[in-house]
Design a protein around this ligand. Structure first.
Ligand code: ADP
Ligand code: MG
Length: 485
């Protein structure tokens, strides 16, 4: 299951990780009410009588949320259960006015599936999906608004969540992080969740255990509500090391829920793990079972776009990209679209390189996303075109790109205005070469005396004299002829 060994003095331990990801369904209305779900509204501005659990209110299923859950199941190569049941999960909490959460228990909407995960080293790994079920989110307690009181915001109460439970198939912090990234990417491709972890649209409960190779699964701790890919990686690493220290110190790991504190770099016990029987699950008598026919499932399947894994294969096959580049480009569908537009204008490998190195570098520095790029895909394509037909050299192209990025101007416009067109006229280049040769008799002598490595220096001089505009290959050929001849 796992081939990961934590490095260091901790010996040969295997780490085992399984994740429960909560993903908010992209839907205008809540799972069982018509209240709005937009992020950032004033507290309690989006609460219907159902969400506030007024006596006698009845939940009504939102068909759009069901459709999104089915589409997500299909995108995870999972079995769609033709019949599923909503159940009440009973517990008391101030932000849960109903006194129970409507969830799904032994009959979830989606069953087993699998996801192909791209790892940072360019390889892939298949992670099993245990189930996906629909449930309501709870409200939020606010303890920082008043010195003596706590407030409750029920805006999130009743918002539709998909809980996506993985098998304990991941074996390292990197694999766990890559799984979350891949899942996020798939959800964003199909539009079933916006994947915005900072706004809480996606969060993960991370289960971690350790064992010696060949042993049965160890006791796990569950790290609650981790809200970034980076924190998933850190939390696994820190928790695994903690468990190893406990066991090697002669102790045992407790099955419990823990809190990951990124600022302190530690995990802390929150409470003992509840068991299913603590919740007294039972089918919700207010809701009928969900029943689908084949036509509905096929209709959902028909709405799926090309998914990241398929797109990656296509990018490798039809553009000749390597696995790593292809994986980077397909992770976001906006980036994949941008790349394909650029690639129309030039060599695909060069296009990939310009997007992942030059464009990403500048976007990172400017703290912008691809959607905020000052250079459109068509405009970058135009720049690649100018390189392809030898109008400008690669080196000049980078300067032009800087200016495009800063001013939003087009490539041709800048090249024209600044007179950056490459010199390909052999007479013009020859004149510069002759001058450089005539001005540097000492270097010429050294070259002819055997220091042929000086050719690079001569090329540099000619390029400098031409303000970088001479065609480098022609410069090289002419110099060789003059110096050797
Ligand atoms: P519960 O319903 O109590 O949360 P589940 O058995 O449904 O428990 O498992 C929840 C998650 O924990 C799943 O993602 C599963 O892969 C993971 N998991 C189960 N056992 C282990 C283990 N020994 N080590 C790591 N993860 C585990
Ligand atoms: Mg659970």
């Amino acid at each position: 299951m796992s081939d990961y060994r934590l490095k260091g003095e901790t010996g040969e331990w295997e780490v085992v990780i399984g994740l429960e990801v909560h993903a908010q369904v992209s839907s205008k209305a809540k799972l069982f009410s018509g209240a709005a779900t937009a992020f950032g509204a004033d507290p309690n501005a989006q609460v219907s009588l159902v969400d506030a659990a007024m006596p006698g209110m009845l939940p009504v299923i939102n068909g759009e949320c069901v459709r999104q859950a089915v589409r997500t199941g299909l995108a995870l190569n999972a079995a769609i259960n033709k019949q599923s049941v909503f159940a009440r999960k009973n517990y008391f909490y101030a932000d849960l006015p109903q006194g129970y959460q409507i969830s799904q228990y032994d009959q979830p909407v989606v069953g087993e599936g699998e996801v192909e995960v791209d790892l940072p080293d360019g390889t892939t790994k298949v992670v099993g999906i245990e189930r996906l079920h629909l449930e309501q989110d709870a409200g939020k307690s606010m303890h920082d608004q008043h010195p003596k009181k706590s407030f409750i915001d029920l805006n999130r109460s009743g918002v539709a969540l998909m809980e996506i439970v993985s098998k304990p198939d991941m074996g390292s912090p990197e694999e766990a992080a890559a799984y979350v990234s891949t899942l996020r990417s798939i959800l964003r491709y199909i539009g079933s969740c916006d994947g915005n972890m900072a706004e809480g649209s996606m969060r993960a409960d991370v289960n971690v255990s350790v064992r010696k190779p060949g042993e049965a699964l160890g006791t796990r701790a569950e790290l609650k509500n981790i809200n970034s890919v980076r924190f998933v990686r850190q939390a696994v690493e820190i928790e695994a090391l903690r468990q190893i220290a406990v066991i090697e110190g002669g102790g045992t790991v407790d099955q419990e829920t823990r809190l990951f504190d990124p600022s302190k770099g530690e995990t802390r016990s929150m409470r003992n793990k509840e068991e299913a029987h603590d919740y007294r699950y039972f089918p919700d008598p207010d809701l009928l079972p969900l029943e689908f026919d084949d036509a509905f499932v096929e209709e959902c399947r028909g709405t799926l776009p090309e998914l990241p894994a398929e797109k990656k294969k296509r990018f490798m096959e039809s553009y000749g990209l390597g696995a790593y580049d292809a994986a980077v480009l397909v992770a976001d569908w906006e980036i994949a679209n941008y790349f394909e537009e650029v690639a129309k204008h030039g060599d695909p490998k060069q296009a990939a390189n310009w997007v992942t190195v030059e464009l990403f570098g500048r976007l990172n520095k400017a703290d912008k996303t691809i959607l905020e790029s000052p250079v459109s895909a068509a405009s970058l394509g135009e720049l690649l075109g100018l390189m392809a037909d030898d109008t400008i050299s690669g080196k000049i192209a980078k300067d032009v790109f800087d200016e495009m990025f800063e001013t939003g101007k087009g490539a041709k416009e800048i090249v024209e205005a600044k007179g950056l067109k490459q010199i390909t006229d052999s007479g013009e280049i020859e004149a510069i070469v002759d001058k450089v040769v005539a001005d540097n008799p000492d270097q010429v002598e050294k070259y002819r005396g055997g220091k042929t490595g000086l050719i690079g220096w001569f090329v540099g001089q000619v390029m400098k004299a031409s303000q970088g505009k001479a065609n480098p290959k022609m410069v090289n050929d002419l110099l060789q002829k003059k110096l050797d001849g």
